[in-house]
Design a protein around this ligand. Structure first.
Ligand SMILES: [Mn+2]
Length: 362
């Protein structure tokens, strides 16, 4: 037997070992599990464990390891996954403070705080779905249009596997090529857009592509089912008396921040669920929807925004919808001196995971 044959036979024996579920494992098992998960890909069925389960901080130090999203295993493609966290590290579409290109990396770092279950909703994502971190789109930091092409092609491949992408931005430009790929697969989708800004400008400084224009481009290309679009949290000074006239003219529902002040958003979300119906829905959450007191690390902050509680209410209000993709964009770590903006982003992404179709709740 040659050395390579020996190595191959040892490897296949190694893969046949049954690895206990994390919840019942000993510390030694969990160490073994955390070492083996990526080695076992793509033949996870050999492990006896149905889903990826991040190592628990009860047994594996939170600060240890390479920082993937939620400490999930990393894999190169979306093959075999029900949902995947993916980063799109660009800020070339940003109009003011830069830095969102560092968003995915910082969200991954702060996501070390995430645990496996949602204590509020009793969702058990890692008993429901096969999830992994599939890394970042290989963007072109010198060319935004080329970056859009790269994003569109990457998402085509992801969506072709049946996987639901949970995207870490990146500035909001990325929603445009993502929705191009999403609509190619699902047809025009409903959109729940949470943001301080409508992002429906036509041209900015002579450019059609940027973080203020994605939803205008989406409407022009027929990517949205405009009667099933809601924009929540819009506010701030404008270029005209009614900044949201164009949105309403398309049939969007606009929920300005003023309508959200001092209130639970659960009733609004009940109406939004009615608006969305059973069709495919994309959720796009700009962190600047939250008040900059809570989320200062972002490119274009606006005062008097939503609270993190309202942000969570919006996402939990998406439970039961046919979500086909979600993103959390515009975290800018250079302006996030405490890391709390990225931490909030990581938690909102976890909440998104916890409302995907087929989620198990205790
Ligand atoms: Mn935005």
């Amino acid at each position: 037997m040659s050395y390579s044959e020996l190595a191959a036979s040892m490897f296949s024996f190694w893969r046949t070992l049954t690895i206990p579920r994390a919840a019942s494992g000993t510390a030694a098992d969990l160490f073994f599990l955390s070492r083996q998960t990526s080695v076992l890909y793509p033949n996870r069925k050999c492990s006896g464990k149905k889903y990826n389960v991040p190592p628990s901080a009860e047994f594996v130090a939170r600060v240890s390891g390479i920082p993937t999203m939620a400490k999930l295993p990393f894999q190169e493609t979306a093959d075999g996954l029900d949902a995947a966290f993916i980063g799109v590290p660009i800020d070339t579409g940003t109009s003011n403070r830069p830095g969102a290109r560092f968003g995915p990396r910082q969200i991954r770092v702060e996501s070390a705080m995430l645990r496996s279950y949602n204590s509020g909703t009793r969702a058990a994502p890692y008993e429901s779905l096969m999830v992994a971190d599939i890394g970042d789109v290989n963007v072109n930091v010198y060319d935004l249009k080329d970056t859009c092409k790269r994003i569109r092609e990457a998402y085509r491949k992801i969506l072709a596997t049946g996987c639901i992408p949970l995207t870490m931005g990146g500035d909001h430009t990325i929603a445009y090529p993502i929705l191009q790929a999403v609509a190619e697969k699902h047809g025009p989708v409903g959109l729940i857009h949470v943001d301080a800004h409508a992002d429906t400008s036509d041209v900015v400084l002579g450019e059609k592509i940027g973080h203020g224009t994605p939803f205008r481009r989406c409407v022009e290309e027929g990517l949205l089912d405009c009667k099933r679009v809601v924009q929540i949290g819009l506010r701030g000074s404008g270029y005209s008396p009614d900044s949201y006239e164009w949105s309403r003219a398309q049939g969007f529902r606009v929920v300005q921040a003023e309508e959200c002040w001092f209130k639970s958003l659960a009733p609004v979300m009940a109406e939004v669920r009615g608006q969305m119906g059973g069709g495919p829905v994309y959720l796009s959450f700009d962190i600047d929807a939250l008040d900059p007191g809570f989320a200062p690390g972002t490119g274009t902050p606006e005062i008097a925004g939503l609270t993190p509680i309202q942000g969570v209410e919006i996402i939990r209000g998406c439970r039961g919808l046919n979500l086909v993709g979600c993103d959390l964009v515009e975290v800018s770590p250079p302006y996030d001196t405490t890391g709390n903006t990225a931490l909030t982003g990581a938690n909102l992404l976890f909440e998104m995971l916890c409302v995907l179709p087929k989620m198990k709740y205790y």
